[in-house]
Design a protein around this ligand. Structure first.
Ligand SMILES: Nc1ncnc2c1ncn2[C@@H]1O[C@H](COP(=O)(O)OP(=O)(O)OP(=O)(O)O)[C@@H](O)[C@H]1O
Ligand SMILES: [Mg+2]
Length: 415
C-alpha cells in the first residue's frame, strides 16, 4: 500500500527519477520519460548511458570514477531520443545496491541565458578591481585592433565572458563567433574539427565536412583551453595563422580564411613554453594582446557586486523576488577562498535560489562547506589568541600538528 502510494507520487513530480543498478535501468518515472524521450517500458533494462546520452557518461562518468556521492551537477548537456540537445541538472545518490539519478530539465533557462549564445557584452562584466577596470577601459581598442588575444586566468575567472565582449565590440560583431574546447575533443578528431576534411579522406568521410575555420570565416574563433592542443595540431595551427589559409584533411588546395583568434587557458602558457610543452613560435603568434584575469580571492571587492548582479539576474530568469543578502551571510562569502572563482560564487547564489523565493539570502541558505570554513577560521583565531599567538601551543589546543596549523593560517590569511 505504502509502496504504491510512493510510486504514485513519483509519477507525478516534475523531476525525472531513474533508478539504476549495475548501470542498468530498473525504474524510471514519467518525467524521466518526458525528458529522455524514451517510453518508460523502453527504458527498463537499458544501460543508463544509452538513455541519458550525456557528455559526462562518455568521458568521465562520476560513478565509474568513484566520485563521492551524493553528487550534484549543475549543468550537463544530453541528447534525447530524437537527438535533440537538452540541458539538465543532475543529482546522483546511492540507494540500496544502485543509485537514483534525479533529472531536472533546465533547457529553457540555459537557452535564455547569454552564456549559451556567447552574447555577453562589455556591460555584462562586473568588477571594481583596478586592473580589470583598466582592461575594460581599453577593451574597445583591443577589439577593434583585430589582433589575436590571449586570455589567461584560473577556471571560472571570466575568460569566456571577456572573449565574447571582445567579439561584441569588434567589427566582426555580426559575423560568426565559434568556440572550440581543445581539451574536450579527442586528439584524433581535433584537426578535422578545426580544418575540416574532404570526401574520402578516411573511411567514414562520405562527404566533405567544413571545419570551424571555414564556418567562422569572417568572424571570430575562441580556442578555449589552448594549452591542451596536441603538439602536431599546434604546428598546423601555426601554419594557418601565418599563411591565412587552411588545407582540409585529404585536400590538396589551400583555402583562404579570415578568422580572428582569441585563445584562452587556465594554465600559464609562457611556463609551458619554457617546459617545452607548448610551441614558442605559436605562443608569440597568439600572445599579441595579453589579458590576465586575477582569481576572485585576489579581488574580494568584486564579491558584493557580483552577488548583487547574480541575484538580479536570477530573479529575472527564475521569476523570483529575492531582495538581497543578510550581512552575516555576506561576511561568510567574503571570507571564502573560491577555488572555482566567479563561477563558484554564481553557483552558490543559484543554490540559495533553490531554497527560497523571496526575502533575503541568509547563512542557512549557503552551502555547508562555506559555513564550516568560517567555523574553522574562527576556532583557529580563538586558539591563537588564547595561546597568545604561540603556534605550537595553539596547535596543541586545536589537536592538530604545527604544520597543519601553519597551512590553515596561511589559507585564512591569519598571521
Ligand atoms: N566579471 C564578471 N561579471 C559577471 N559575471 C562573471 C564575471 N566573471 C565571470 N562571470 C560569470 O562566471 C561564470 C564563469 O565565467 P567564464 O565561463 O567566463 O569562466 P572561464 O574563465 O571561461 O572558466 P573556465 O576556465 O572554467 O572555462 C559565467 O557564468 C560568467 O558569466
Ligand atoms: Mg571557459
Amino acid at each position: 500500500m505504502q509502496e504504491e502510494f510512493a510510486k504514485k507520487i513519483l509519477e507525478e513530480i516534475s523531476e525525472g527519477v531513474i533508478f539504476v543498478e549495475d548501470f542498468r535501468v530498473i525504474y524510471a518515472n514519467k518525467a524521466a520519460s518526458n525528458i529522455t524521450g524514451f517510453p518508460p517500458k523502453e527504458m527498463k533494462g537499458k544501460y543508463c548511458f544509452e538513455i541519458l546520452r550525456c557528455e559526462l557518461c562518455q568521458k568521465n562518468c562520476p560513478v565509474r570514477e568513484n566520485k563521492q556521492l551524493p553528487l550534484e551537477i549543475n549543468q550537463v548537456s544530453v541528447m534525447d531520443r530524437y537527438n535533440e540537445e537538452k540541458f539538465l541538472k543532475i543529482r546522483i545518490q546511492p540507494l540500496n545496491n544502485g543509485w537514483t539519478i534525479i533529472l531536472q530539465d533546465i533547457t529553457r533557462e540555459v537557452r535564455l541565458s547569454k552564456e549559451f549564445h556567447g552574447r555577453y557584452g562589455i556591460s555584462d562584466i562586473i568588477t571594481a578591481h583596478p586592473k580589470l577596470l583598466e582592461i575594460i577601459h581599453i577593451l574597445p581598442r583591443i577589439a577593434m585592433s583585430d589582433s589575436p588575444v590571449l586570455i589567461e586566468g584560473e577556471s571560472g575567472t571570466g575568460k569566456e565572458i571577456f572573449a565574447s565582449a571582445i567579439k561584441d565590440l569588434s567589427k566582426r560583431r555580426s559575423k560568426p563567433y565559434l568556440r572550440i574546447n581543445c581539451a574536450a575533443i579527442p586528439e584524433n578528431l581535433i584537426e578535422s574539427e578545426l580544418f575540416g576534411y574532404k570526401k574520402g579522406a578516411f573511411t567514414d568521410a562520405r562527404t566533405d565536412k567544413k571545419g570551424l575555420f571555414s564556418i567562422a570565416d569572417g568572424g571570430t574563433l575562441l580556442l578555449d583551453e589552448i594549452a591542451e592542443l596536441p603538439q602536431q595540431t599546434q604546428a598546423k595551427l601555426l601554419r594557418v595563422l601565418e599563411e591565412g589559409e587552411i588545407i582540409p584533411l585529404g585536400g590538396t588546395t589551400p583555402e583562404k580564411v579570415n578568422v580572428r583568434i582569441i585563445a584562452a587557458t587556465n594554465k600559464n602558457l609562457r611556463l609551458l613554453v619554457e617546459e617545452g610543452r607548448f610551441r614558442e613560435d605559436l605562443f608569440y603568434r597568439l600572445n599579441v594582446v595579453y589579458i590576465y584575469l586575477p582569481p576572485l580571492r585576489e579581488r574580494k571587492e568584486d564579491i558584493p557586486l557580483l552577488v548583487e548582479h547574480f541575484i538580479d539576474y536570477l530573479n529575472t530568469i527564475k521569476g523570483k523576488e529575492i531582495k538581497g543578502i543578510k550581512n552575516r551571510a555576506m561576511s561568510l562569502l567574503m571570507d571564502y577562498d573560491y577555488p572555482g572563482n566567479v563561477r563558484e560564487l554564481k553557483n552558490i547564489i543559484e543554490s540559495a535560489f533553490v531554497l527560497i523565493d523571496e526575502g533575503y539570502i541568509d547563512v542557512n541558505h549557503l552551502p555547508v562547506y562555506i559555513r564550516e570554513d568560517k567555523g574553522e577560521r574562527r576556532r583557529i583565531e580563538e586558539a591563537l589568541r588564547q595561546a597568545r599567538w604561540k603556534k605550537s601551543e595553539a596547535a596543541k589546543l586545536l589537536g592538530i600538528s604545527r604544520a597543519t596549523l601553519w597551512r590553515k593560517m596561511k589559507k585564512y590569511g591569519l598571521r
